[in-house]
Design a protein around this ligand. Structure first.
Ligand SMILES: [Zn+2]
Length: 277
């Protein structure tokens, strides 16, 4: 039997460690009580709206769980709703070790207002948090990095289970056992290790969002918008292909180009299709 290639696992662990090192011993301000949580939720609302592209409306009721409930629920936070305004509730874990990650977790839970796709919601929460981190917010600078480290570790755990090669992950948790922020991923690893396949929570909360972020290459255009009328005015551009024909040609081009790059539509010949796309 050929030994599994553990390079991608090691690579993700190394990047997770780099995020943890950046956080280091920094003690960010924490959202210590329900009033702080609610203040933060009010601040996050406009960013969640911007990222989702829809008005938020009324915020849900946000609070930490009581001690007994936390013992039962563990390190998990939840967005609960019956689908109508007043039933929307966010219950945050009160695990002390989760506290530095809470700002990004809160952005995640608030983003559930727009859907229950966990992978998409994880990306939205991270986007909200990363924007604040970029603006110099010290709480989100820590929590966004902890969340990125968690994604990378979760994706590495998925790889490790599939490859039947958990040693790298074991070694990582042994080396970082003293880091409070690692309590949650470590608990998750203890739960899944020994399995032959990743469990759904690793896949939706870590592997899919991690792969979507990694798929973006350096220099990649993140957003684009254009006005056809301006292109006509300034460049004399006129559309030659209708939308449905264009979509069909694009699809065919990608499909044929997989086997034979020369068969792609003109203009797409130099495009490399990402692995897994
Ligand atoms: Zn969620």
């Amino acid at each position: 039997m050929v030994a599994a290639d553990t390079t991608p696992i090691r690579d993700r662990i190394r990047r997770a460690e780099a995020f943890l090192d950046q956080v280091g011993e920094v003690a960010p301000p924490l959202l210590d009580d329900d009033a702080a949580l609610r203040g933060e939720a009010r601040r996050l609302r406009s960013l969640v709206e911007m990222v989702a592209g829809r008005p938020y409306g009324r915020l849900p009721h946000v609070a930490y769980r009581g001690r007994l409930e936390t013992r039962l629920m563990g390190p998990w936070s939840q967005y609960l709703t019956l689908g109508i305004g007043l039933s929307r509730v966010v219950r945050m874990t009160s695990w002390e070790t989760s506290r530095p990650a809470i700002p990004t977790v809160l952005a995640h839970e608030l983003s559930h207002r727009f859907g229950f796709d966990e992978s998409l919601t994880t990306l939205r929460g991270l986007e909200v948090s990363a924007r604040l981190a970029e603006q110099g917010d010290s709480m989100h600078q820590v929590s966004a990095r902890l969340e990125l480290a968690r994604l990378l570790l979760g994706a590495a755990m998925g790889d490790a289970l599939r490859a039947g090669a958990g040693e790298e992950i074991d070694a990582f948790f042994e080396a970082h056992a003293d880091r409070p922020a690692m309590a949650r991923p470590c608990q998750q690893w203890r739960r899944v290790k020994g399995r032959r396949l990743p469990d759904w929570s690793l896949t939706v909360y870590a592997e899919i969002p991690c792969a979507s972020i990694e798929a973006a290459r350096a220099g990649e255009l993140q957003r684009s918008s254009l006005a056809a009328a301006r292109a006509a005015d300034v460049l004399g551009w006129r559309p030659e292909t209708g939308l449905s024909d264009g979509l069909r040609v694009t699809y065919e081009s990608v499909r044929l180009g997989r086997a034979n790059p020369a068969a792609r539509a003109p203009g797409a010949r130099d495009v490399r299709v990402a692995a897994g796309a």
